[in-house]
Design a protein around this ligand. Structure first.
Ligand code: FAD
Ligand code: SF4
Length: 476
């Protein structure tokens, strides 16, 4: 078996004081060596692990022939943003986990599995650099029809791009001042450089997509007004932007942030460049992040960078109620967090925050836990151990224990059906909601997911929207 080709990264000592990209990716020689490890299986099981079914075997084959343009177009058949997915997809739970080279029964991909996402990243960056783009489909009878997309996260961007390629006039309405959704305000630039995201958004502009920022559908304008203004269909990619909390005493003390607020200040408002940018964020002497997902890793890695940049001795810890193996975060992010000096405290359950006379958080009280029987998620449930309470210093706390549906629009739109979690109910085949001509996808359908899942729903909806517009056009 040929040896796995290691990815190039900025050493931890150099990267923890900047927001520059950490993973540098493969060069051409390395990508050829890594692609040569692929067995070109008769039954390429890796494809089953990809939520959008990219023909992985084929795109890797084209790499081995140095035909990167063909490789790029193969990926583009299923995935609109390979440079983004190659950087953020949790491949160890998806394609790489399904790769034949992963040991049977592993909870995530074995190290030997082909580094499919890093190959995808190289090819995506190549396609962007060479301006290959996705094949245009030419204008047809739908040219000039208007569709509104609400939300500019991966679901909305993907849906908009697919519709624009068919000559449909797409307008994206975004409540924030910059497009990208979580790709902009959640995932830090050290994981996803902003020029990569900006490139994809500019490409949509070239296809004729218009983005209107600072515009909340459900407040600035209601959903039905969009139809009155001549939009024939609407796609809702509203995301899951409402943070969950622990609901424990002291959670309302000063310097207890939701991870969403903390990351938005840092990533979207550039608080790491304060006072050059006007939004500050408080940096503590001991910053504790509660949670075990990607959001927790991003918040912790941003926090330790802020400490380093402010000249504060780095002291950032992640508190998680299960063990490392149950952490839903990408394995690479957990490794990077450890390398950057973040402390991990496993099997702990916060019970209360304590504050000072000024109303600022100073302490966190927790119970130790042990693992019990599996819960609905299939992971072993944390069970608090009696009399195990302990207290630790904490002058900034960041809560990263999950996200829920953004309800600004759904709360004020009669006839738009939602489930008990306030997620929009859709027909899974077409992504159509309970209102004719209104489609939805991404985290607002089925809760917090991944970038590629959101994109795949945006793409599926675009197909149904085209059918809907065509059937409407026939009736006229
Ligand atoms: P979002 O990305 O949430 O975008 C929704 C957009 O809609 C937002 O810009 C919002 O402002 C806008 N909006 C909402 N309501 C309105 C309205 N009424 N009017 C106008 N605009 C509105 N997934 C991965 O695959 N890999 C990762 O590494 C990863 N890391 C993550 C890190 C963090 C910090 C977070 C929070 C999530 C991460 N995820 C990751 C999950 C992934 O980012 C989401 O699943 C994905 O972004 C969902 O896409 P979306 O388009 O549904 O919604
Ligand atoms: Fe086989 Fe893995 Fe190559 Fe897919 S990536 S064709 S499963 S070796």
């Amino acid at each position: 078996m040929k040896e796995v080709i290691k990815i190039r990264e900025v050493p931890a000592s150099q990267r923890s004081s900047t927001f520059d990209e950490v993973v540098l990716g493969y060069g051409e020689q390395e990508i050829l060596q890594e692609a040569a490890r692929c067995l070109q299986c008769k039954n390429p099981v890796c494809i089953q692990g990809c939520p959008v079914g990219i023909d992985i075997k084929k795109f890797i084959y084209h790499i081995t022939k140095k035909d990167y343009a063909a490789s790029y177009l193969t990926i583009k058949e299923k995935n609109n943003f390979p440079s983004i997915c190659g950087r953020v997809c949790p491949a160890e739970y998806q394609c790489r986990k399904s790769c034949i080279l992963t040991k049977k029964g592993s909870p995530f991909a074995s190290e030997q599995a082909i580094n499919i996402h890093f190959l995808e990243r190289f090819v995506g960056d190549y396609g962007n650099k060479e301006k290959i783009g996705a094949p245009k489909e030419g204008k047809d009878e739908l040219a000039g029809q208007k569709v509104a997309v609400v939300g500019s996260g991966p679901a909305g961007l993907c849906c908009a791009g697919e519709l624009a390629r068919k000559g449909i006039k797409v307008t994206i309405f975004e409540s924030l001042h910059e497009p990208g959704g979580v790709l902009r305000y959640g995932i830090p630039p050290f994981r996803l450089p902003r020029d990569i995201l900006d490139f994809e958004i500019k490409y949509l502009e070239k296809l004729g997509v218009t983005t209107i920022p600072n515009y909340i559908i459900g407040k600035t304008k209601m959903l039905d007004e969009l139809f009155k203004e001549g939009y024939s269909a609407v796609f809702l990619g509203l995301g899951a932007g409402t943070p969950s909390f622990l609901n424990i005493a002291g959670e309302n003390l000063g310097n207890v942030y939701s991870a969403n607020e903390f990351l938005t200040r840092v990533n979207l408002m550039s608080a790491f460049k304060y006072p050059e940018y006007h939004t500050p964020v408080n940096v503590g002497k001991r910053m504790i992040i509660i949670g075990g997902g990607n959001t927790a890793m991003d918040a912790a890695r941003a926090a330790i960078r802020l400490q380093n940049m402010s000249g504060i001795k780095p002291n950032t810890a992640i508190f998680y109620r299960r063990t490392e193996i149950e952490m839903p975060a990408r394995r690479l992010e957990i490794e990077h967090a450890k390398e950057e000096g973040i402390e991990f405290e496993f099997l702990v359950q916060p019970v209360a925050f304590g504050g000072d006379d000024n109303g600022h958080v100073r302490k966190l009280r927790c119970l130790r836990c042990e693992l019990g029987e599996p819960d609905a998620s299939g992971r072993r449930r944390p069970v608090a151990i009696a009399n195990s309470e302990f207290e630790t210093d904490c002058d900034v706390a960041i809560i990263a224990v999950g996200l829920q549906a953004n309800t600004v629009l759904t709360n004020v739109t009669p006839g738009l059906k939602v489930d008990k979690y306030k997620d929009i109910i859709v027909d899974p085949e077409t992504m159509q909601t309970s209102i004719a001509g209104v489609y939805a996808g991404g985290d607002i359908v089925g809760g917090e997911g991944t970038v590629i899942e959101a994109m795949s729903m945006g793409k599926k909806a675009s197909v149904a929207i085209v059918d809907y517009l065509k059937s409407k056009a026939k009736k006229v």
